[in-house]
Each structure stands twice: as structure tokens, then as C-alpha cells.
Design a protein around this ligand. Structure first.
Ligand code: FAD
Length: 550
């Protein structure tokens, strides 16, 4: 067994933790970090890879949520807009401002004055304005800024600013910070039951999904941050409870940006049902999404991308960008995620898009604290509230210790102490480890200050500075860093969440799976046979996904 995993599992089996967190998505990572920074002894258990659930399948926006104004969810927008500013300061490499254009066309029920009022409110709610204010644009100005947009019927646009992130890496850095603060976190470790004393939750039973072993983890308080699996985990505590969650599926597709020719992120009303969707510039590509449909089959039925999902998204893009003429063959990659939304009251006939995005924190009679719903954007704030609740649980069980107040509002993420541009320029001014300025910008953009840790690997082997694929910036050193410093266990962990090869490469990284497995093998102790089996399984899974939506 790998060293870090053995140490972590030993600690899990032998200590009593102040807080056990079930789930290593953005909420679990945020809660673990908040609690560990307050001085609590924390354990995190994740059944798959960190961020492998919803938290790597989002639209990647750190945003106030303009759309929620329409539904009157002012508190949500206010908190989200303020969190956006805060995260930008705490993780400038991961949370970056992005310009949005919302074009208005003849026949749309959204009138220019409505959009103006909405954007004005949005600016006001954001309070401190690091991100720029909105402006309204006439049709001519829109055409000059975004010449590929449909001209016919164009009335003007609202231009505003939100932020953009790398969701999987936001989770990872939050988790790394929790670990630095003393938490123990293990991926591929599934909670399969609860330990109770007098009806009170006193720990969890865990199955190690790597070697099939079992361990019981004692915890004075336990949080269910299992996202879409939240009801399933609640059922392990008290069977036959009514569902708290409604799961809806959201699909995104990735296409080459040059085919669309947009500069800003574009907010569009879907042709078919007028839902708002986005075309977001993502390096050399565009991220298009999302759909919003009810998911059947529960969280263990993986959300799949269907031909109808791809057609829905392409239809709208092709309508508003008539020269794009995108077809299914132009789609480079796709992904689908499940929104763990708080279920509306029984009997309410609410469409998926109208279900509230607000979160709920619930403490069960057993003391189990559950976080339901929420957004990537507000995770830091919600985590602090969940930890307060967990401390209430400790108090209720007679634990009178005092813990510090939450400090995450002022504590940068590990890579966030230096602006990435400053670091890239500094590194280039020194020898830059022989890398080009673009390669240095890529690394500092992804890792922030932690880029120096990745670069340190080049001292071992200069060849690690080379990219995995000519067309993409992801470096071989990143694979080694993934397994040695970021807890990656599988090819998918590396290619989809530590790097983004699977999202930008038309083979989803299958073409380089051999090389990646060879780089991973020493740290994971893979034999040549095990490495080949991993490559084959990875390629087969990607081919099956592709066959499904094509
Ligand atoms: P998850 O990320 O799913 O994490 C829960 C984890 O618990 C999983 O990794 C799972 O494996 C683990 N788990 C489950 N059961 C067990 C068990 N028994 N033992 C151990 N581990 C377990 N938000 C934004 O702010 N901006 C956006 O642009 C945005 N876009 C979105 C687009 C889509 C299509 C979707 C679906 C969501 C979007 N969201 C967005 C919302 C946001 O992504 C989610 O609210 C957030 O990621 C949920 O995080 P989570 O930690 O609760 O769930």
C-alpha cells in the first residue's frame, strides 16, 4: 500500500476525531478545511476521487447568479456575489474575472430595462467591486465586440463581469489546505454505515475501495456532505426517511473555440425552452452548457450524456452563432453532473430549473449534520456554518471545549498567496527551469504559488517539463505531482481532475494513457501488467461514453 494511504488509514482506525466528514466534494473539502483551521481533529472520507462527484462537473462559474434575481433569491445572490470577491482574493490563480455579454433579441420577454435593473442590482449586491461594473450596449457595439453573434433581431446587450474557476482544482486545493492544517483525508474510502452509542452517531464504518479492507472511524460529530448521495447516507443513519434532495442532471459539451469565434462568455436563452445557458471561453475551447432535466435512478446511476442533450445545446449555439454550424463531430468532450437540490415540498409542481438553489443545513435526532444543496461559489461560507452546527452537536454531547472562530474569510488557499502573473514573470526572469513563458504561465495559472513544487520535479528530470501532448500545455511533471503530492490513484484522477487533458483532447487522453501510466507507476507501485490494465480500462470507459452520445 502507498505510504500516505497506510499512514492515513492507521490514523483513521486508531484515533477519535472531533469531526468526521463524509464526502470529498467542494462542501466536504470546505468543511474539513474550516474545521481543521479552527483546531479540530478532522477526518474526511471520499468514496471515489476528491471532486469526482458534482464538484468537477459544474459550469465552473464563481458567480452571483444573475438568473436567481429573476426568482427573487436576493439572499443567495448577495452572499454569492460577496463570496465571489472574497475567493478572488484568496485564490487569484483559481478564481478569475470573466466578461459576460447577454445579448437581447426582438421577441424576447426579457426587455432591456429589465436586464438593466437586474445588472444594476447585481452590482449593488456585490458591494466591494473588484470585478468591474456592468454596462448596456447598443446593437452596433455588440456586433463590434462579438462579430460572430447573430445580427438579425439583435437589440443590444448587457455586459457584466463574473468569475471563472477550475472546479476540480478548487476542491483539491481546499482539501490540500485542510491536510496542511492537520486533517486526515482518504479517497476511495466509502462510508457504509454508522457506529452509534445510545442512538447518537459516534463514528462511521468505512470500506477501503482500493484493497477491500474495512475500518471503523470514531468521531464526536459527523457531517453528511455526500452531495447527490446525501439521502443515501441519511438512510444509513435512519432508514425510510423522506427524500430531502431532488437530483437534476446538467450536461456540458466542449468544442473548439475558433468554430464559434466569441471573445466574452455569452449568456443565451435556449431556443427550445428559453432557459439561460452559457457559451464560455475556456482557453482554446468553449464550454457550452447546461441542460437541466430530472435524473432518474438515484445517485449511483451515473448521469449520462445523451444525443438529445448534445442536440439541445448545439441547436442554441448554432442559432445564435449562425456561422458555427457545429455538428456532433465537432464536440471534443462532454460531461454530466447531478445537482443535489433541496427538494421542493411534496406535491409542488416545480420544473428542474425552478427548484431553489439555496442550501439547507439539517441536524438529525442522531446528531448527524447534513448539508443539502448549495453552490460551488458559496462553499466557504456554507462550510463555516456547517462547522458551527457540528460544534453545537459537540456541545450537546457534553464536549465543552472551545474552538476558534472560522478564519477562512482571510486565509488564502495554498497556491493563492502570490498573484499568478507576478510569479510567472518572476520565474521567467530567473532561468524559468528552461520552460517557455507560456508554459510558466500555464503552471502558475493552475497551481499559483504551488507551481514551484511542480517545477522542483524538473531538478530530478528535465524531461518532465515537456508537455504530455503537443496541442496541450499539461506537462509530464503534473502527472508526477498528481500522484506524489495530490493523492491521485487512477488515470482518470490525473487526466480529468488534476489536469484537463480528458476535456480538451479528442481521445480524452486515451492517446497518452500509456505514457501517463508509466509516469504514475513508480509512486503507485504498479507492475507493467497493472499499468496496462489501467490503460485498457481507461480507454474502454472513454470509448463507451463517446459511443453513447454520438
Ligand atoms: P459532490 O461534489 O457531489 O461531493 C459529494 C461527494 O460525496 C462525492 O464526491 C461522493 O463521491 C461522496 N460520497 C457520496 N457518498 C459517500 C459515501 N457513502 N462515503 C464516502 N463518500 C461519499 N455551482 C456554482 O457555484 N457555479 C456553477 O457554475 C455551477 N454550475 C453547475 C452546473 C451543473 C451542471 C451542476 C450539476 C452543478 C453546478 N453548480 C454550480 C453547483 C455545484 O457544482 C454543486 O452545488 C457542488 O459541486 C456540490 O458539491 P458537494 O460537495 O455537495 O457534492
Amino acid at each position: 500500500m502507498i505510504g500516505w494511504r497506510r499512514t492515513a488509514l492507521d490514523a483513521l482506525g486508531s484515533e477519535t476525531f472531533d469531526l468526521v466528514v463524509i464526502g470529498g466534494g467542494i462542501n466536504g473539502a470546505g468543511i474539513a478545511r474550516d474545521a481543521a483551521l479552527r483546531g479540530m481533529r478532522v477526518a474526511v472520507l471520499e468514496q471515489g476521487d476528491f471532486a469526482s462527484g458534482t464538484s468537477s462537473r459544474s459550469s465552473k462559474l464563481i458567480h452571483g447568479g444573475l438568473r436567481y434575481l429573476e426568482h427573487g433569491h436576493l439572499r443567495l445572490v448577495l452572499e454569492a456575489a460577496r463570496e465571489r470577491e472574497r475567493l478572488r482574493r484568496l485564490a487569484p490563480h483559481l478564481v478569475r474575472p470573466m466578461r459576460f455579454v447577454f445579448p437581447l433579441y426582438a421577441g424576447m420577454s426579457l426587455r432591456p430595462w429589465m436586464l438593466r435593473v437586474g445588472l444594476w442590482t447585481y452590482d449593488v449586491l456585490a458591494g466591494v467591486r473588484d470585478v468591474k461594473r456592468h454596462r448596456m450596449l447598443r446593437a452596433g457595439a455588440v456586433a463590434a465586440l462579438e462579430p460572430s453573434l447573430r445580427r438579425e433581431g439583435l437589440r443590444g446587450a448587457g455586459e457584466y463581469w463574473d468569475c471563472w474557476t477550475n472546479d476540480a482544482r478548487l476542491v483539491l486545493e481546499t482539501m490540500l489546505s485542510a491536510l496542511q492544517a492537520g486533517a486526515v483525508a482518504v479517497n476511495y474510502a466509502q462510508v457504509v454505515g454508522f457506529e452509534k452509542v445510545g442512538g447518537w452517531v459516534a463514528g462511521v464504518r468505512v470500506r477501503d475501495r482500493v484493497d477491500g479492507g474495512a475500518v471503523s472511524v470514531r468521531g464526536r460529530a459527523v457531517v453528511n456532505a455526500a452531495g447527490p448521495w446525501g439521502d443515501q447516507v441519511n438512510a444509513l443513519d435512519t432508514p425510510d426517511q423522506p427524500a430531502r434532495l431532488r437530483l437534476t442532471k446538467g450536461v456540458h459539451i466542449v468544442v473548439p473555440r475558433a468554430r464559434i469565434g466569441h471573445e466574452a462568455a455569452i449568456a443565451l436563452q435556449a431556443v427550445r425552452d428559453r432557459r439561460v445557458m452559457f457559451v464560455i471561453p475556456w482557453e482554446t475551447h468553449s464550454l457550452i452548457g447546461t441542460t437541466d432535466t430530472d435524473h432518474v435512478g438515484g445517485p449511483d446511476a451515473p448521469p449520462t450524456v445523451e444525443p438529445s442533450d448534445v442536440a439541445y445545446l448545439l441547436e442554441t449555439v448554432n442559432h445564435y452563432f449562425p456561422q458555427a454550424r457545429l455538428g456532433v463531430d465537432d464536440v471534443v468532450s462532454t460531461f454530466a453532473g447531478l445537482r443535489p437540490l433541496v427538494a421542493p415540498p411534496p406535491g409542488a409542481r416545480t420544473s428542474p430549473s425552478d427548484v431553489s438553489r439555496e442550501e439547507e443545513i439539517v441536524t438529525a435526532a442522531s446528531g448527524l449534520v447534513m448539508i443539502a444543496g448549495g453552490k460551488l461559489t458559496t462553499y466557504r461560507l456554507i462550510a463555516a456554518r456547517v462547522v458551527d452546527r457540528a460544534i453545537d452537536v459537540l456541545r450537546a454531547s457534553g464536549d465543552a471545549r472551545r474552538f476558534a472562530a472560522s478564519s477562512t474569510a482571510e486565509a488564502p488557499l495554498p497556491g493563492g498567496r502570490v498573484p499568478p502573473e507576478t510569479l510567472a514573470a518572476d520565474l521567467a526572469a530567473r532561468d524559468g527551469h528552461g520552460l517557455s513563458p507560456e508554459a510558466l504561465r500555464h503552471l502558475t495559472g493552475r497551481y499559483g504559488g504551488r507551481a514551484v513544487e511542480v517545477l522542483a520535479l524538473l531538478a530530478r528530470d528535465r524531461g518532465l517539463g515537456a508537455p504530455l501532448l503537443d496541442a496541450l500545455p499539461d506537462a509530464r511533471a503534473e502527472v508526477v505531482a498528481s500522484v506524489e503530492a495530490e493523492y491521485a490513484m487512477t488515470l482518470e484522477d490525473v487526466l480529468r481532475r488534476r489536469t484537463q487533458v480528458a476535456l480538451f483532447d479528442p481521445t480524452q487522453g486515451s492517446a497518452v494513457a500509456d505514457a501517463v501510466a508509466a509516469l504514475m507507476a513508480p509512486a503507485l507501485g504498479w507492475s507493467p501488467g497493472a499499468a496496462q490494465a489501467a490503460v485498457d480500462a481507461y480507454a474502454a470507459a472513454r470509448a463507451a461514453e463517446r459511443r453513447r452520445w454520438r
